[in-house]
Ligand binder design. Structure first.
Ligand code: SF4
Length: 425
């Protein structure tokens, strides 16, 4: 049986949204179905998420952008996070992840699901760790059954995709912590699981209970975002044995998921110097059999704190050009504090610029059409159409205020090159 035949929730979702998806992605029905069955395209959308805008991730669909929001133990304001969700949507994000780690996590998640048509992702181990600490236990003091119960609950609530670090093995954790890395483990979920394995001496419960996870995810069409718990947290660590140990395991797990009727994405780096981005993206794609690739950045330099959205957009553009499918945003607050509303807006726009640049390099027709529209509008000094072609129309309108159609702007004034090139009257 094909992946879709094994997954009735996915088949029903696809039937409902196929016409819109074909038009938006410039793909035929047969192509979408074939690629979903192959696993190289996946459909985000849990039928339990009311009015979800089912979204395709993978080749050759449009490159998508995700915004991470959510409370932290330092800043916990559920209403503020709900506002950020709207800001992310208005800025053009295709999906959001609720990474909340404090407050009433169920209430926050359910509120976000009700408020957002965008697919919503979570990292269920955060909720389990929070339950442990609230009960006075170690954050890694949970039983595997508690983890499975949390995944089940969130799937029933309507969560569309979940980061599950199933590929983090004991061997991988040892490689990351043997002193050969600059920064051992920088993933929160990865660190909790490594701690759990160290305390118990057992293998990762998300790996040993993978079949049970697949059963839950298939029932609700939850796409598993196979987490990169050992992603490099410093450029100098990119491509080390710990990272590849996990990537190879993720490839095996992707195949198992497809055979069980479950869609997956592979999460990718992390901090990767510019000259290694192409090899990283193509290598991960190859090792995971063309599964949709969801990258965090990659950040091409470690020293852009305060402007990590720029470091991430440079890497994101290259990643998109070489095959990444889904860009997780970085904001100016990365590595520093919880992003505020302005950071969320800037982060989404930075990733959308990266997606546009990558897709233009790939020759995607919709990206080329947008570039052409801007060139045409600029040649005509057509400020209305310039705003419409821009990724942030509001900003263009705001900063060009007072500039009349057909007239130069305040940048060069009477030395406007376009006006000077016009035939003299
Ligand atoms: S004034 Fe300068 S920046 Fe403005 S439209 Fe003319 S050439 Fe472009």
């Amino acid at each position: 049986m094909s992946l879709t035949q094994q997954n009735p929730a996915l088949a029903a979702l696809l039937a409902t949204h196929l016409e819109r998806l074909c038009a938006y992605e410039h793909m035929s029905e047969a192509d979408i179905r074939a690629r979903i069955d192959q696993g190289t395209l996946t459909l985000l959308g849990n039928p339990g998420h009311k009015d979800v805008r089912a979204t395709l991730i993978g080749q050759p669909a449009r490159v998508k952008v995700n915004a991470n929001i959510g409370t932290s133990p330092v800043t916990s304001d559920a209403a503020g996070e709900a506002d950020k969700l709207k800001i992310a949507e208005n800025a053009g994000a295709d999906a959001v992840m609720d990474l909340s780690t404090s407050g009433d996590l169920d209430a926050i998640r359910v509120r976000m699901l009700a408020a957002s048509p965008l697919p919503l992702g979570t990292v269920p181990i955060y909720a389990v760790a929070q339950q442990c600490t609230e009960a006075g236990r170690d954050p890694a003091g949970f039983e595997p059954a508690e983890l499975l119960a949390e995944v089940t609950k969130q799937a029933e609530q309507g969560v569309d995709f979940m980061t599950l670090h199933c590929g983090l093995t004991r061997r991988g954790a040892e490689l990351a912590q043997d002193g050969s890395r600059k920064l051992g483990i920088v993933s929160r979920g990865g660190a909790i699981l490594a701690r759990w394995m160290r305390r118990t001496g057992l293998e990762n419960p998300l790996l040993t209970h993978y079949d049970a996870l697949l059963d839950i995810c298939r029932k609700h069409n939850v796409v598993i975002s196979l987490g990169d718990g050992l992603r490099p947290g410093a450029g100098v660590d990119a491509g080390d044995p710990a990272q590849w140990e996990e990537v190879l395991t993720l490839g095996v797990l992707a195949k198992r998921a497809w055979a069980a009727g479950v869609g997956v994405m592979i999460e990718g780096p992390g901090h990767v110097p510019l000259h290694l981005v192409q090899a990283q993206i193509q290598g991960i794609k190859r090792a995971t059999f063309g599964a949709p690739l969801y990258v965090l950045g990659p950040l091409v330099t470690d020293v852009a704190a305060g402007r990590d959205h720029i470091a991430g957009a440079i890497g994101g553009a290259m990643a998109a050009q070489f095959g990444a499918d889904f860009l997780c945003y970085l904001t100016p607050a990365e590595h520093l504090c919880l992003p505020d509303a302005r950071d969320v807006h800037e982060g989404v726009l930075a990733s959308r610029i990266a997606a546009q640049a990558g897709e233009t390099a790939l020759g995607r027709p919709w990206a080329i059409a947008r570039e052409t529209a801007m060139g045409d509008a600029r040649m005509k000094l057509d400020w209305k159409n310039m705003a419409e072609a821009a990724l942030d129309p509001c900003l263009v309108r705001q900063r060009s205020q007072g500039t009349e159609h057909g007239k130069e702007c305040g940048m060069c004034g009477k030395f406007c090159a376009i006006r000077m090139a016009e035939p003299e009257k």
